[in-house]
Design a protein around this ligand. Structure first.
Ligand code: SAH
Length: 228
């Protein structure tokens, strides 16, 4: 767990309080730890500077490398579905801006995050270090293969949409662990929660969604256009 110094101005703090009150609480985000993290992590710090005034709006925003920072509600929904208590080792695929990574760093013991664009990985790591997160490691590479050397993970969060659950990631999930992943075609996906019980996968779908493509050996073979 981590309590990073907040770098919010009074206006930004109020905007984040409003984001929680208007976008999250009415949509059944009720895990107090998740709501506290969403109030605390300075979202404007993770978007391109010219979009900072839009940081807490109810939508995804473009970031570098034709990717996106996910809509606040989707970040909260995925995080709530992970049911983090603070003791977990977490693997995240798709670091992007690093915002979701920071939320996870607040709520888990340690976070390993993989991003296929080296430039994004570098910027995200710099932001996370500047904000004082010491329980996060960022790797550049193909996240569909996971990090076999660091496995097993209590939780795995994939923030890009693939055609299937990468078998390598299920292998690296600890017994009793949970993985959250958007699965579907290139236009739309479902947000799937997979639990590993006695080595078997038990799945349920919690929402429709639209993410950028999970591109890799166990994802899509070619990059596509930017989405959520
Ligand atoms: N959670 C991020 C989401 C960024 S969008 C945020 O809110 O900022 C999804 C990210 O997944 C993109 O940055 C994209 O480059 C990355 N990605 C896609 N396929 C990947 C793969 N196989 N391994 C690692 N990262 C991947």
């Amino acid at each position: 767990m981590n309590t990073s110094p907040s770098r919010l101005t009074d206006d930004e703090q109020q905007a984040q309080e409003r984001m929680v009150r208007e976008q999250l609480e009415p949509r059944k985000i009720n895990d107090e730890r998740v709501l506290a993290a969403m109030r605390t992590v300075p979202r404007s710090y993770f978007v391109p500077r010219d979009l900072a005034i839009h940081a807490t709006e109810d939508r995804a925003l473009p970031i570098e490398c034709e990717q996106t920072i996910s809509q606040p509600y989707i970040v909260a929904l995925m995080t709530q579905a992970m049911e983090l208590k603070g003791t977990e080792r977490v693997l995240e695929i798709g670091t992007g801006s690093g915002y979701q990574t920071a939320i996870l760093a607040h709520l888990a013991q340690s976070v390993f995050s993989i991003e296929r664009h080296q430039a994004l990985a570098e910027v995200a790591l710099r932001r996370l270090k500047e904000l004082g997160y010491s329980n996060v490691s960022v790797f550049a590479g193909d996240g569909t293969l996971g990090l076999p050397d660091k496995a097993p993970f209590d939780r795995i969060l994939v923030t890009a949409g693939g055609p299937q659950t990468p078998p390598a990631l299920f292998d690296q999930l600890a017994e009793g662990g949970r993985m959250i992943i958007p699965v579907g075609d290139e236009q739309s996906q479902v947000l799937r929660v997979i639990q590993k019980i006695d080595g078997e996968a038990y799945s349920r779908d919690i929402s429709g969604c639209r993410f950028v493509k999970l591109v890799g050996a166990q994802g899509w073979q070619k990059p596509g256009s930017r989405k959520r």
